[in-house]
Design a protein. Structure first.
Lengths: 467, 649
């Protein structure tokens, strides 16, 4: 019993919060103004608690397992959700169904926790669904907007399709190996043609969730249609969680098929970076812009997965570190976009011209975030990219690394384009001073501090590596 | 041993200036930001001097060899068991020399700007940027670790971007700062890859360890780095060449020099600081820092450095002869002189007499910093007076600006290599080094030094003699500020003294490739040719520009197309524009757009048609395309499967 409580503590705490919200909803209901701070405090407590009582172990007949690394991954996601509750506070306060929103978001998060901890294909599949379906409902949260419904519809249909392909892949895997337990599965893979087919179907579901080109088509529509809180959840938390489990699947379970997935990652990562970059170059809407640039960022994560060092945790360290930094950077960018869009209705990049004049604080946060996303030192994003690419380079595949580096330059261009618009372009009708509320300000400051400190404080990287 | 606190304070004082005027400048100390920055820098300067004295005369030497001392070593990021990124400070002859150069010039610029930037709206911002730049440059100089140098390298880039674009309401300034940033970023990418390659093979990012491991031919590191090759060139050479590429970008070497002339859009004192004495020599400093690797392990790369330097020197000198904007003349002259430093390193060997080029290069870096900063500050005073950069608006200024005139003349004599001014001694050493190891480069350099004398005196006569001065404004009342106050004259005079006397420093005693003293010896006979050429250049310039007349036009006519090509800077900017706009845009951009339109959209349309029936029904959901997404998804999965099962099996 005691073991059950400690090993599943992340999930249990989250379930507790979900039930609390449920009771609040069923009961008289609390006004958003007082409920939101309560939720923020609960999420902060949840995040802090995530650092304690982390022990490795297995449960439920080896279907569920956890390690300090997994606990840390979960806690990164906790941090992300806490930051979202801060930076998107303006929109959240106005939404008429606040408890439901967090019910859905935390349920999805719970699904991700189970997914990261799964040691069995059944648990994996169930938790993947749990992590997806609530998000589709969240995407529909701007009830009066048609685009929001459209995005939700596209998401649920595409997800259902991807799940179908995934199930097909899982059944083929079961058919060829006779097991759905992940550790056993790894031993029984022999690389037959049928297994490769099964693996590719399996792989495509991950590619879909990560928006890897050519499985990315749903991304832009859903991102643009959804409320910004949901878009940032999708582009940061979802991506992070799937990247974590993807990594474990590749390195631990499907290691015998290394030759196949290595080449596949090389091809798809180039496609992802190139397409993400080319499309990001053309976007005018800041949400679509961030969506496509997040596709390109996923391409860089894939680069790290191709490295040869995975037996020494170098890849996983680099990816976890990058996801942590990515959470800070992307949430800061989305946070600024959210404030501006909520208060002024401006969502186009042209609307940000001359933005610095009246909004120095928001401009600096945005600039920091964009510098970090572009990977310019001394922001954390530089160190994140550096480790990603160095691990990728451990393969000694220099042409590949040159292509990656060129993509990095292209991304530099479009991120700086926005920075230039904010700081340098003259605009007669520049945005008025946008009021920034205390929680949003706190969230943006936390993100900014994360961007500045995560790279410079070396013990963070060392800590992740030591796990 | 060096005192850590003293050395750490040298870069930290300007940083404090940056932080203080950055935070409080606008509101509280608006008018005092200048003095604050100047005083802090004075502190830095005094500390640098005392460090230099202690290092060269008290503790630096052991058994007649100057040691490399590391007062601070802190493991910062442990990358793997054997590779870690450290933060360290290093004290050796070249870093100490650079401390002197950077703090001296920066102090002069701080002082000068008190007058030059007076009344500027963003006065305190200017001083905070100056502080940031000085901090980054000093940090770069003191770095004992290649990664740390890279970080400061980028910081220097950022702060110079801020300074060049200081007049950000001028579109040309914004464009120039952007150009400088992009060109050097491009070069820095090469630098970063070079760092990764070299540190990967040497297993260290620390300069001393890296050099020790990469210079002994028997070591495992060198063997593996030589064995690995890419496009027929060893990984080691690639690494060294890419590191040099970073240096060439910062130091404006051909063909990465195009940003330097445009960067003259910044305030003139900034040009004196960044584009004469400090940032642009960072590339030379980098090559010198890693010199043993270049000289002992990759001589081919070193030879390439020599040629890049020589070509840059001569091209820039020719272009300088034709420019009419005085700051642009100085910019090209800087590029040419840095070319001298670069090829001096390129023709040098390691250790003993063979290392003459190394000493000469560092010597020239030192003297050049003094007289070039002086030239820029003098040009600044002239521009301040006539409110124009163009030579046609000047002439006859010697009566109105006596101090500027005298100091400018000293600087011109120094750069032209006329004894006994500073430039003569350093340039002689460079020529001597080239003469002994690469005669072809020697003759190029000899011709270039003649050209140098010509274009510098063309500038001098054009500004101070030529025609009587006629102010564009009405009467001379508009020049009531005269030459500028003592804060502007004092730096000119001090730098003038340095430009006149710095040549007598026995430089080889202090700085040499292996730390042992290198006696410099002069051969009168050897000096005859360059000095004669220099005098000839001066006389030619005097004949053409002493009075206004039509000789220059005749000369230009005689050279015809060549003159025009040089005037247009050999069309290098146009070539870049052609490559980026026409070739890249049309070939890559158009192709990508076509691919996007025809193939991607076409494919979606195709798949759309096949599922028309289904799509008709779901169109009620306003989605229309989601089934195409699904088809795309499935097609991709099946294609991947086919690829991996049948083709790559």
């Amino acid at each position: 019993m005691n073991e059950f409580l400690t090993l599943m503590k992340s999930e249990l705490v989250l379930t507790g919060i979900i039930f609390l919200l449920l009771f609040i909803k069923i009961g008289k209901g609390i006004k958003n103004e007082s409920l939101l701070p309560l939720i923020q405090v609960l999420l902060l407590a949840n995040f802090i608690f995530g650092f304690f009582l982390n022990q490795p172990g297995r449960l439920f007949g080896d279907m569920f397992y956890t390690t300090p690394v997994i606990a840390f991954q979960k806690n990164i996601l906790n941090l992300g959700v806490y930051l979202i509750s801060l930076v998107c506070a303006d929109w959240l306060r106005k939404t008429p169904h606040l408890p439901e929103f967090f019910l859905l978001m935390l349920s999805a998060l719970l699904g991700m926790f189970f997914m990261i901890s799964s040691a069995n294909l059944l648990i994996f599949y169930l938790s993947l669904e749990l992590a997806t379906i609530p998000v589709a409902a969240m995407a529909n949260f701007d009830l009066e907007k048609k685009r929001s419904s459209e995005g939700a519809m596209k998401m649920i249909l595409s997800s259902a399709f991807s799940s179908g392909v995934l199930l097909f892949g899982i059944s083929l895997i079961y058919g060829t190996t006779g097991t759905i337990s992940l550790p056993l599965l790894g031993e029984r893979l022999d690389g037959s043609a049928l297994q490769i087919l099964a693996f590719i179907f399996f792989f495509s579901a991950f590619a879909f969730k990560l928006s890897v080109v050519p499985f990315h088509l749903w991304t832009a529509d859903v991102y643009e249609g959804s409320p910004i809180a949901v878009t940032s959840f999708l582009s940061v938390i979802s991506k992070g969680a799937v990247a974590f489990i993807f990594m474990t699947m590749l390195f631990r379970v499907f290691e015998p098929l290394h030759a196949t997935w290595h080449l596949m990652l090389v091809i798809l990562s180039i496609a992802t970076m190139v397409v993400g970059n080319i499309f990001a170059l053309r976007q005018q809407n800041i949400k679509r812009f961030l969506a496509f640039s997040s596709i390109a960022q996923v391409g860089f994560i894939l680069v790290a997965l191709t490295g040869q060092d995975y037996r020494y945790h170098m890849n996983s360290t680099a990816v976890i570190y990058f996801v942590l930094i990515y959470i800070f950077s992307n949430l800061a960018a989305f946070g600024v976009a959210a404030v501006v869009s909520e208060k002024t209705g401006r969502e186009n990049i042209d609307d940000f011209r001359g933005f610095y004049k009246n909004n120095p604080f928001l401009s600096w946060v945005l600039a920091l975030a964009l510098f970090s996303l572009a990977g310019i030192p001394p922001t954390a994003g530089f160190f994140g990219k550096l480790f990603l690419i160095t691990t990728g380079a451990s393969d000694a595949n220099y042409w590949y690394i040159i292509v990656v580096a060129l993509n990095l330059i292209v991304s530099l261009y479009y991120y700086l384009r926005l920075v230039r618009a904010v700081f340098m372009d003259k605009n007669e009708s520049a945005a008025e001073a946008v009021p920034v509320n205390a929680p949003v300000r706190l969230g943006l400051i936390l993100c900014g501090a994360g961007i500045l400190l995560t790279g410079v404080l070396s013990w963070i990287f060392d800590y992740i590596h030591s796990l | 041993m060096p005192n850590l606190l003293t050395i750490a304070l040298i870069p930290l004082l300007p940083l404090a200036g940056f932080v203080l005027s950055g935070i409080f400048g606008r509101r509280y100390i608006r008018q005092h930001a200048g003095w604050l920055g100047t005083l802090l820098l004075l502190g830095s300067f005094v500390l640098s001097l005392s460090t230099a004295y202690d290092y060269f005369f008290v503790y630096g030497k052991t058994d007649g060899v100057y040691q490399t001392l590391v007062p601070l070593q802190h493991t910062w990021l442990a990358f793997s068991d054997k590779l870690s990124i450290d933060m360290s400070l290093v004290i050796d002859p070249i870093s100490v020399m650079m401390l002197i150069v950077v703090t001296t010039v920066s102090l002069m610029v701080h002082l000068y700007s008190l007058g030059y930037m007076k009344g500027e709206e963003r006065y305190s911002t200017y001083y905070s940027f100056l502080g940031l730049f000085t901090f980054s440059m000093l940090g770069l100089v003191l770095s004992g670790n290649i990664f740390q140098i890279y970080i400061f390298w980028e910081l220097v880039g950022v702060s110079s971007f801020l300074l060049i674009g200081f007049y950000y309401d001028k579109p040309s300034a914004v464009a120039a700062s952007k150009k400088a940033f992009i060109v050097t970023r491009f070069a820095d990418l090469g630098f970063l890859i070079g760092i990764l390659v070299l540190s990967y093979y040497s297993g260290s990012m620390d300069f001393q360890t890296m050099i020790a491991r990469l210079t002994s031919p028997e070591s495992n590191e060198v063997k593996s780095a030589v064995a690995a090759n890419f496009l027929g060139v060893s990984a080691l050479s690639w690494g060294a060449a890419l590191v040099f590429m970073g240096g060439a970008g910062k130091s404006a070497m051909f063909p990465l020099h195009i940003w330097l002339p445009d960067a003259m859009e910044g305030p003139t004192p900034v040009s004196a600081l960044i584009h004469a004495a400090t940032m642009v020599v960072a590339g030379v400093y980098l090559v010198a820092r890693m010199f043993p690797v270049f000289a002992l392990t990759t001589p081919a790369v070193l030879e390439m450095i020599g040629w890049v330097g020589a070509v840059s020197a001569v091209i820039a000198a020719v272009i300088a002869c034709t420019q009419t904007d005085i700051k642009r003349v100085l910019a090209y002259s800087t590029m040419s002189q840095i070319g001298f430093m670069m090829f001096a390193l390129g023709v040098s060997g390691y250790g003993g007499e063979a290392g003459l080029g190394y000493t000469a290069s560092m010597f020239h870096l030192f003297t050049h910093a003094m007289f070039k900063a002086l030239l820029f500050l003098g040009a600044g005073a002239v521009i301040h007076y006539v409110h124009s950069n163009e030579m046609k608006d000047m002439g006859g200024l010697r009566k109105y600006m006596p101090v500027t005139h005298a100091t400018f003349l000293v600087a011109c004599l120094a750069i032209a290599g006329i004894p006994p001014f500073a430039g003569f001694f350093s340039k002689e050493e460079i020529l001597l080094a080239a003469y002994h190891s690469n005669p072809a480069i020697y003759y190029i350099a000899l011709a270039t030094s003649g050209l140098t004398a010509f274009y510098m005196f063309r500038l001098y006569f054009g500004i101070f003699w030529n025609k009587p001065y006629q102010s564009a404004a009405t009467g001379h009342d508009s020049h009531s500020h005269g030459e500028g106050g003592w804060v502007m004259m004092l730096p000119l005079v001090l730098l003038g003294l340095a430009a006149a006397g710095a040549g007598f420093i026995p430089f080889g005693e202090f700085v040499s490739s292996d730390g042992k003293a290198l006696a410099s010896h002069f051969h009168i006979a050897f000096s005859v040719a360059p000095v004669t050429l220099g005098l000839a250049g001066i006389l030619l310039a005097a004949w053409m520009y002493y009075r206004s007349g039509n000789q220059p036009d005749k000369m230009a006519m005689a050279f015809g197309g060549f003159y025009k090509a040089a005037y247009r800077k050999f069309y290098i900017d146009e070539i870049y524009l052609f490559v980026t706009k026409k070739v890249l845009f049309n070939l890559v951009g158009r192709t990508a757009a076509w691919f996007d339109r025809t193939i991607v959209d076409g494919f979606i349309n195709l798949t759309g048609n096949t599922t028309l029936l289904v799509s008709e029904r779901i169109k009620k959901f306003q989605s229309g395309k989601v089934q195409q997404y699904a088809l795309f998804f499935l097609t991709a999965a099946v294609l991947l499967a086919a690829l991996f099962i049948y083709v790559l099996k």
